[in-house]
Ligand binder design. Structure first.
Ligand code: NAD
Ligand code: DAU
Length: 353
């Protein structure tokens, strides 16, 4: 990784931010293009303020002139596309923004990448990669059994997952039509430091600590597979370095849990670390609320391909990653508070109560 230059999009978001921190620490020069939507947060990258390994550029992936200028100026060895609108509930209220960034924006980025890649000298053209970060949600919803593999047919159910599916198809098409050396990763639910508190785990921590009702959608029986964010970052590096051009890799955490189990585990961790003054368990704050429209019941990943082909497996057990995450949010309340002092108040999106 050392001495490489990567154009990272969405590197001020949750996963992209963790990725940039790790990549720069490993000696990569990261050109970080981020539009700083509500989800982008430069506080995450404070430790890189004086680092020559990090160049932050405020702008969108759909801005062809800007992307072309960055490619010409920095001559990256790879492009990693994390930039997206990422919250399912917000996509229910306003799907257009998801199509604009995830589909139209990704298309612009692909076109710029293709034109840049074509002009590279032979050795650098062979080594160049465009890695697209996608989601297991493109495969739709599972019943009680079964796992998503890389050949599971796409069946996206939310405007968010439909927009990610469309972007995956464009990435695939750019490989087949133009030969662009792409890689696509489809991963499960990430958790860890620096996640915007609209998502389940940081939302539950924030609501629990604030003494507010903790909203569990429906019966709490929906199942997600949980992947510690730094494991996801290491998987992406592995795919970038050794994945087959044109390949698709599923990434999972081997940690399927029902939502209610996750919420109760967070409550238990907080009871140990930050007991309520009235002695009641935090789980007493759990409140079952109206379900998400079109709520996918279960996601589960078969991560056999990345294990067998690239030798990658997740390093973090869910109970350890969750405890580390709770500890991080308790130790970094200022990071969350800055968000809550802005435009977000832990409210629900997507047609709930
Ligand atoms: P996030 O919402 O935390 O961050 C997204 C980042 O993209 C933000 O910094 C935002 O400012 C930036 N952005 C948005 N529109 C942009 C644009 N037009 N140009 C440039 N930057 C733009 O998202 P995340 O959770 O970090 O997800 C990152 C990627 O991983 C997304 O593509 C998402 O679909 C995918 N993914 C996320 C998860 C998860 O559990 N969080 C799981 C699977 C896949
Ligand atoms: O599977 C990967 C996907 O995981 C990513 O592609 C998305 O970008 C990411 O946001 C995430 O989507 P989910 O919809 O699974 O994540 P979210 O944190 O919004 O919700 C997780 C589960 O918890 C889901 O079943 C809905 C439920 N939930 C969520 C919230 C915010 C609740 O029960 N209560 C809540 O308040």
């Amino acid at each position: 990784m050392a001495n490489k230059t990567w154009l990272v999009t969405g590197g001020a978001g949750f996963i992209g931010g963790n990725f940039v921190l790790d990549a720069v620490a490993a000696g990569v020069k990261a050109i970080n293009l981020d539009a700083l939507t509500y989800a982008g947060n430069l506080d995450t990258l404070k430790s890189l303020e004086n680092s020559p390994g990090h160049v932050f550029v405020h702008g969108g992936i759909g801005d062809r002139a800007l992307v072309t200028q960055l490619l010409t100026e920095h001559q990256p060895d790879a492009i990693l596309n994390f930039a997206a609108e990422s919250h399912v509930d917000r996509s229910i209220d306003g799907p257009a923004a998801f199509v604009q960034t995830n589909v139209v924006g990704t298309l612009a980025l692909l076109e710029c990448a293709r034109d840049y890649w074509r002009e590279l000298p032979d050795a650098r053209r062979d080594a160049f990669r465009f890695l697209h970060v996608s989601t297991d949600e493109v495969y739709g919803s599972l019943g009680d059994t079964g796992l998503f593999t890389e050949t599971t047919p796409y069946a996206p159910n939310s405007p968010y997952s439909a927009s990610k599916a469309a972007s995956d198809h464009l990435v695939r098409a750019f490989h087949h039509t133009y030969g662009l050396p792409v890689l696509t990763t489809n991963c499960s639910n990430n958790y860890g430091p620096y996640q915007f508190p609209e998502k389940l785990i940081p939302l539950v921590i924030a609501k629990a600590v604030a003494g507010e009702p903790i909203p569990v959608y429906g019966d709490g029986g929906n199942v997600r597979d949980w992947l510690f964010v730094r494991d996801h970052c290491s998987a992406i590096v592995r795919v970038l370095e050794a994945g087959r051009a044109g390949g698709v890799y599923n990434i999972g955490g081997n940690a399927e849990r029902r939502n209610l189990e996750v919420v109760e585990a967070i409550c238990g961790l907080l009871d140990e670390r930050r007991p309520r003054t009235d002695g009641k368990p935090r789980a007493s704050q759990i409140s079952f609320v109206r379900d998400r429209p079109g709520h996918d019941r279960r996601y589960a990943i078969d991560a056999g391909k990345i294990r067998d082909e690239l030798g990658w497996t997740p390093a973090t057990r869910f109970q350890d990653g969750l405890a580390a995450t709770v500890d991080w949010y308790l130790a970094n309340t200022a990071w969350t508070q800055r968000i809550l002092d802005g435009n977000y108040r832990l409210q629900r999106f997507g047609g709930g109560d």
